[in-house]
Each structure stands twice: as structure tokens, then as C-alpha cells.
Design a protein around this ligand. Structure first.
Ligand code: ADP
Length: 601
């Protein structure tokens, strides 16, 4: 029977009971001693609260009716002691709970960040910065406040109410029964509010993520925003997102506040009825006035915690929306999970082969039965119109995505059968939009091989033609790169990427040439650094420059996710097919009055 109930209660994994159970399971156990201490203090505070009500009986009977002067001193001293105890216990409980709460947030944020690093690239294709940032900050906070809410309600409020209701029943059972009659209508009205609150809290999350994404776009895209006078558009997007959050927050506040007039009205009526009946029974029936006063005090003191308990469901459900979103992220399937146990990929020659590979990002096919080979130690160029699938080939070699059909082989080994880390350590990547972290130049190069010595870093930088410009920077290798590398020019960023790749010394190089033209000096420095880097490695290059395709050992021409033509530049050019057409349209020469351009004609 109990099993059946619990099965039904927790059947919906997203439902409130299941979420709370999980939250408690994951957090309560870890802090059980601290929570027990907090509970201890809550019991003390609740007992002090009950005592402060009970003592009213003595105040009335012994001080006002019996006019006993010694009792005035005794009772005053007792009152001070009771309130001091209550104050100290509440202080201690607050501190213990805050410490637990902060530690819960820290742990969740750590877990979440680690989780995010283990997620596949596909997840990031569909996620905004705002979404992630909101889950990190707001939603971990929500988890903490749900824990606080549960503990405080179960501890402080329930125990206070138990203490005070005990005093009430002890002093006057009949009046206690009368005051309980407000409970059913209160519970009914509150449960109706809960449903509406849940819905609004969810849409509030969406608008919050929008705000953060806009702020990020503003920071990163400031140049575009300014040059295209795009400010007013950004303003109106922001205005609408901020406005939405404002409206939703107001709605939630209104719903949460609605419990107050509800409870006040019901409470007022109950207290009035009690005064009517109690006053009548003291005056007309000669009952103990002290007991009546103690009862009324207990009732008034119980009123606040009861109101909080009435709001409990509304507050809980607002916050659980955040917890749900947090767990949604923490439960995402990880990309490495399935491969961690697999053996290391061993690369000896560096022979890459695609065999009938089919792949789509969810809609149209990006690769449509692609077969190609990149031979060891050679330079293989991929060319094709934009959208032909060149970058997808790189992403699949790096295993950012799983292919739908076919095989990707490195030295005749299907890369799916090996662990991810060993695969990626065999690949060096130099792309046109090199990402630099906002750390020092040294740390940015060190990413290539974290255990490299300073001498090795400098050697790599020299080989990448980067040493010279790094030395000229104010703090040399210790200068910061700026967020995304904004403090460096395109050519400099590329040379740092080359230094990184030099340091990693991986046998396979994936190179995405810059489409934007660098100045002639930068261009030649990048070019000579790349020539050194390619030496002795299997290089697959997405080519945008004529010089590159001319030097390549093999060129693969892609179109609509398929291999169209293969050969050397001269062979393909002679064929007078698609490649020649592309050459005439697409390739930029490295130098304005380059002989290559003439050679083409
Ligand atoms: P290329 O590098 O040759 O320009 P891509 O490999 O980037 O081509 O793209 C091949 C196809 O896949 C294109 O139609 C493109 O729109 C689509 N595509 C690329 N990346 C993604 C992605 N992250 N999500 C969805 N579609 C994508």
C-alpha cells in the first residue's frame, strides 16, 4: 500500500515530490549534522516562543488579579530569559543554515560547470549564453532556497506552531477547535494560486535568459552594434525582455501576496470569534482570565508561522521551477560517458579516411555519403562553396558529433571505438577564429601541452613567428590576451594558435585558413610558421588561398556533402570542371599583384 502511494507520488520525475525528494537526498545527507544542530536551535526557539505565551497566564492571574509584587520581579526576569534564549537560538540557527546554503550553492555550481565541460558540442548548438548563465546563478540559488524553505518550514514554523498549539489546547481545548476551522478554506484557496504561479515562473526564466544573452551580445558585438547604428534595435529587444520579466515578477508577487489578505481576513474573523466567545466565558461564566490571555497570546504568536506555512506551497512551487531547470542541465547525457572505458587511439602514420559518411545536424544532410582520404605526411586541401561540408569534416574528425552512417578511420581504426581524449590529443587545430582565453599569453600557448616548460613555450612561439611580437608587449609572455583575444590582431591570434599546435606536437593538423586578408607582413609570417608546422604531419586544410591549393599534394572538391573531384591543382585545373570554376570565383591570392593570379589565367 505504502509502496503504491510512493510510486504514484514520485512517478512524475519533474513533479514537486520527486524533485524535493532528490534535492533532500543529495543535500540533506551531506549536511545532516549541521542540519541537526540547526534543528536543535529551532526547537529551543520554538519552546521559548511557547513559553512566552504560557507565561501570560501568570502575568494576568498573579500580577493583575492576585497583585503579588514578588511575582512581578520573577515574571519579568523569566520574560527576559525567555526572549534572550529565543534571540540567541534564532541567531545560531540562521548562521548554521546560511553556511549550509552557501555550501550547497558552491557545490552545485562546481558540479554544473564540470557537467557543462562534459557535454557535447551539439548541446551548445542549441543553447544560449543567457540560458546557461541563468541556470548557473538563479537556479542554483533556487535549489538553496528550496532547501531553506523546507528546513525552515519543517523546523522553525512547524515546531513553533506545535509548541503554541500545545499551549492553546492546554489552556482551552474548545477555543482551539474553533480556531482550527479557518484551515480548510485557507488550504483550498492557496492550492488554487499554486498552479498559476508555476506557469508564470517558467516564462520568467525564458525572459531572464534573453536579458543575459542580450547583454552578452552587446559586449561582444559592440563594434557591429555601433557601426550599423543598431543600438535602437538592441534597446527595444532589451526593453521587451526586461518588461516581460517585470510583468511576470509583478504577477508572481501579486499571487504570493494574495495569501496575505486571504489569511488576514480569515485570521481576523477567527480571532474576533474567539474574543467574543472567550470574553463571554470569562465575564459571564467566570472562567480563568489568565488561561484565556495565554490562549490568545499563543494564537497571535502562531499566526505568523501559520501564515508562512500557508504561503509555503506557493513559494515552494515558484522556486521548484528553477530547481527543475537546474536538474535538466545536470542530467544531460555526456559525450564522454560512453567512451571513457574505451582503449586509447594509437596514431603512427596519421592516415585519415572517410568511408561513405552520412551526417546531418538535425535537418538537411550536411554530408551525403562522403568518401575521401588524407595521406600521412601530406597536405590535403578541402575546397568547395560555402556550406559544402568542409567544416563538418573537421567536426567529425574531432568527434564533436556522431555520424549517422559510414566510418571515419584514422590509421584504419574506426574512431568510435576509442576514447575521446586520446583522439583529440592526436589533433592540432588552427582555425580562422582562434579563441584565446582572457589569461596570459603564456597560459594561452600552454593549452597545447600543459606540462611544457618555459623553454619549450618560447621555442614554440619562435617557431610560430610569435616570439617577437610577444616580447614587444608590455609584460611579454605574462600579458593578458583580453576576452576572446581582443587585445591582439587577427594575425597575432593565429600565430598564437600555431604556437599552441607546435607545442602539442600532434601528428594530425586540421587547419582552417583565414578568409579575411591579413596585411602582407602578417600574412608572410603566418605562412612561414604554418609551413614549419605542417612539416611531418598529416595536414587537412580548408583552403581559401590560391597559394595553399597550389602547394597541396591532393585537393578534394566538395559539393553538397559529397566528393566531386580530386587531384592536384594542375590536374583539376586542366579538367576544366567545377574546380576551375571555383578557382576563378573564390580564391584570394596572398599578395595583391601575386604571380599566382597571373599563373591562373
Ligand atoms: P562549409 O564549411 O563547407 O562552409 P559546413 O560544414 O559548415 O560547410 O556546413 C555544411 C552544412 O551544414 C550547411 O548546410 C550548414 O548550414 C550546416 N551546418 C553547419 N554547422 C551547423 C550546425 N552547428 N547546426 C546546424 N547546421 C549546421
Amino acid at each position: 500500500m505504502f509502496d503504491a502511494i510512493s510510486k504514484k507520488l514520485f512517478a512524475d520525475e519533474e513533479g514537486a515530490p520527486a524533485l524535493i525528494r532528490r534535492l533532500l537526498k543529495e543535500n540533506f545527507g551531506q549536511y545532516k549534522y549541521q542540519y541537526m544542530i540547526a534543528f536543535g536551535f529551532m526547537i529551543i526557539a520554538a519552546a521559548a516562543g511557547a513559553a512566552s505565551a504560557a507565561i501570560m497566564k501568570n502575568v494576568i492571574n498573579q500580577v493583575f488579579i492576585d497583585r503579588d509584587i514578588t511575582m512581578v520581579y520573577v515574571i519579568s526576569a523569566a520574560v527576559v530569559t525567555i526572549f534572550l534564549t529565543k534571540g540567541f537560538a534564532t541567531y545560531a540557527q540562521t548562521i548554521v543554515l546560511s553556511k549550509i546554503g552557501n555550501s550547497i550553492i558552491a557545490k552545485l555550481q562546481r558540479d554544473m560547470f564540470e557537467k557543462v565541460t562534459r557535454l557535447g558540442v551539439r548541446y551548445f548548438d542549441h543553447t544560449t549564453f543567457g540560458d546557461l548563465a541563468t541556470r548557473f546563478s538563479h537556479n542554483t540559488g533556487a535549489a538553496r532556497s528550496v532547501m531553506d524553505l523546507i528546513v525552515l518550514s519543517a523546523g522553525r514554523d512547524v515546531m513553533s506552531v506545535i509548541g503554541l498549539v500545545t499551549v492553546m489546547i492546554w489552556q482551552n481545548p474548545l477555543l482551539s477547535l474553533i480556531s482550527m476551522t479557518i484551515m480548510p478554506p485557507a488550504v483550498y484557496a492557496v492550492s488554487k494560486l499554486v498552479r498559476r504561479v508555476k506557469k508564470i515562473a517558467k516564462s520568467q526564466f525564458v525572459s531572464q535568459t534573453m536579458i543575459l544573452s542580450l547583454v552578452k551580445e552587446m559586449a561582444l558585438g559592440i563594434r557591429v552594434v555601433k557601426s550599423f547604428n543598431y543600438e535602437s534595435n538592441m534597446h527595444s529587444a532589451m526593453k521587451s525582455a526586461v518588461g516581460d520579466v517585470e510583468v511576470q515578477s509583478n504577477k508572481i508577487a501579486k499571487l504570493q501576496a494574495r495569501t496575505s489578505p486571504l489569511m488576514e481576513t480569515l485570521g481576523g474573523i477567527a480571532i474576533a470569534v474567539i474574543i467574543l466567545y472567550g470574553g463571554y466565558s470569562v465575564i459571564a461564566l467566570g472562567q480563568d482570565p489568565g488561561a484565556f490571555f495565554a490562549f490568545i497570546t499563543a494564537l497571535l504568536l502562531a499566526y505568523e508561522p501559520i501564515k508562512r506555512l500557508a504561503r509555503f506551497q506557493v513559494n515552494l512551487n515558484t522556486r521548484l521551477v528553477g530547481v527543475r531547470l537546474m536538474y535538466e542541465l545536470l542530467d544531460m547525457p555526456e559525450e564522454n560517458a560512453k567512451t571513457a572505458e574505451k582503449p586509447d587511439l594509437k596514431v603512427t602514420a596519421g592516415h585519415i579516411e572517410f568511408k561513405g559518411v552520412e551526417f546531418d545536424y538535425g535537418e538537411n544532410k550536411a554530408l551525403n555519403g562522403l568518401s575521401l582520404v588524407a595521406k600521412p605526411g601530406e597536405v590535403t586541401a578541402l575546397v568547395g562553396a560555402s556550406g559544402a561540408g568542409k567544416s563538418t569534416v573537421f567536426s567529425l574528425i574531432e568527434r564533436f558529433y556522431e555520424i549517422d552512417k559510414g566510418e571515419v578511420l584514422i590509421d584504419d581504426q574506426d574512431i568510435r571505438h576509442f576514447n575521446m581524449e586520446s583522439l583529440r590529443s592526436k589533433l592540432a587545430i588552427v582555425t580562422q577564429d582562434t579563441f584565446l582565453f582572457d589569461r596570459t599569453i603564456r597560459e594561452n600557448i600552454l593549452i597545447g601541452r600543459p606540462d611544457a616548460t618555459d623553454d619549450e613555450i618560447i621555442a614554440a612561439a619562435k617557431n610560430a613567428n610569435a616570439h617577437e611580437f610577444i616580447e614587444k608587449m608590455e609584460q611579454g609572455y605574462e600579458s593578458r590576451a583580453g576576452e576572446g583575444g581582443t587585445r591582439l590582431s587577427g594575425g597575432q591570434r593565429q600565430r598564437l594558435a600555431i604556437a599552441r599546435a607546435m607545442l602539442s606536437d600532434a601528428p594530425i593538423l586540421l587547419l582552417d585558413e583565414a578568409t579575411s586578408a591579413l596585411d602582407a607582413e602578417s600574412e608572410s609570417k603566418v605562412h612561414s610558421a604554418l609551413t614549419r608546422l605542417m612539416k611531418g604531419r598529416t595536414t587537412l586544410v580548408i583552403a581559401h588561398r590560391l597559394a595553399t591549393v597550389r602547394d597541396a599534394d591532393t585537393i578534394h572538391v566538395l559539393s553538397h556533402g559529397k566528393l566531386l573531384e580530386s587531384g592536384t591543382h594542375n590536374q583539376l585545373y586542366e579538367m576544366d570542371g567545377y574546380y576551375r570554376h571555383l578557382c576563378e570565383l573564390q580564391f584570394t591570392s596572398s599578395n595583391e599583384n601575386d604571380k599566382d593570379t597571373k599563373a591562373l589565367k
